[in-house]
Ligand binder design. Structure first.
Ligand code: XIL
Length: 327
């Protein structure tokens, strides 16, 4: 029994992981769990290396080295690839985020078009899902002020989807965000905006809910309702960056938590998995790294951690068993 194995055989859905080949290369026990033989994962997302600062560090100069390495690893290990991410305000190179001459629509549009077309063309047939736009909304449902929004308004969203679709008509195109799990002003505003894109014929296929969640604050019914807001538009949905962190100052090692706290995380993973399974249009879920050892959480949320199904010693936690039971 394995997460990816059960998810594909019983549910015909995805159970993915985020990783990078440089992480795999430096840690053989970690790589052994990540790879094909264990069948825990049937899909993989590059955690960082397809982001703009890495893949186009200078204007028109593309570096696919690390992205290609992960795609080759995925192919060798029977794992499909989610591309992450084409348009995002974060992890941009300075030449985009802080240009010497301020961007105008006329100067930035060809840059964005070349970025999207070159990457999607390069990975055509190898990356079957793309996070085309990431984190474009504020929590109150307004549009985030980014270099793209400030230059183009919302027009860049339809363009980005169109350019990506023209380069690879078979790729499923996503708009991805956090706090997309529960019905909220953000989710309602996004759904209205997505309906507009659909009405205008733009090739939006799916919504990614990152699902960076907090232990004790996971509710299956609420998440099913949130995902259904998007599914009801005819869009597919996916839990793209799952982790469920403790926010009680006990850090990243599950050994520092009580058994009832550990049980709560397991229950939360069980409910989250079931929330996806309850929505016909939910394609699956991807954990943002499978182990606490490589989680981004402790570096960003002080005192928080222990957010993943495997602990810092690469041992399976009760959260792992809970997901397996849910599937
Ligand atoms: C994170 C990575 O995990 C970190 O290694 C990196 O330093 C910062 O980005 N939302 C996203 C992801 O869409 O790309 C982010 O990944 C986590 C939040």
């Amino acid at each position: 029994e394995s997460l990816g194995g059960k998810m594909s055989l019983l549910q015909r859905r995805w159970f993915g992981q985020a990783t990078e080949t440089y992480t795999l290369a430096g840690d053989a026990p970690y790589a052994a769990i990540a790879e094909a033989a264990n069948a825990e994962f049937n899909r993989v997302t590059p955690e960082n290396t397809m982001k703009w600062e890495t893949i186009e560090p200078q204007q028109g100069v593309f570096d696919f080295t690390l992205g290609d390495a992960l795609v080759e690893w995925a192919q060798a290990n029977g794992q499909a690839v989610r591309g992450h991410t084409l348009v995002w305000h974060s992890q941009l190179p300075a030449w985009v985020s802080n240009p010497t001459v301020p961007w105008t629509p006329a100067t930035l549009k060809p840059v964005l078009e070349n970025h999207i077309r070159t990457i999607v063309r390069h990975y055509k047939g190898k990356v079957d899902m793309w996070d085309v736009v990431n984190e474009m909304f504020n929590d109150d449902g307004t549009f985030r002020q980014t270099v793209f929004y400030n230059t183009f308004g919302t027009d860049f969203v339809g363009w980005a989807l169109t350019w990506a679709h023209e380069e690879d008509p078979d790729a499923l195109l996503f708009i991805n965000d956090y706090n997309f799990e529960y019905v909220s002003p953000k989710v309602n505003a996004a759904a209205t905006f997505f309906q507009g894109l659909i009405d205008q014929g733009f090739p939006l296929g799916a919504v990614g809910a990152q699902a960076h969640l907090i232990v004790g604050q996971v509710d299956q019914t609420g998440i099913t309702a949130g995902l259904s807001t998007f599914a009801d538009l005819g869009l597919l949905v996916y839990l793209t960056e799952v982790d469920i962190r403790y926010q009680i100052g006990r850090g990243n090692d599950i050994a520092n938590y009580t058994s009832s706290q550990i049980g709560q995380e397991a229950k939360d993973y069980y409910e989250l998995t079931n929330a996806c399974l309850a929505v016909d249009n939910c394609l699956g879920m991807t954990v943002w790294e499978y182990t606490d050892k490589y989680s981004w959480i402790p570096g960003v949320f002080a005192g928080a951690g222990a957010a993943l199904p495997w602990d810092v010693r690469l041992n399976k936690k009760p959260a792992y068993t809970a997901i397996l039971e849910a599937i």
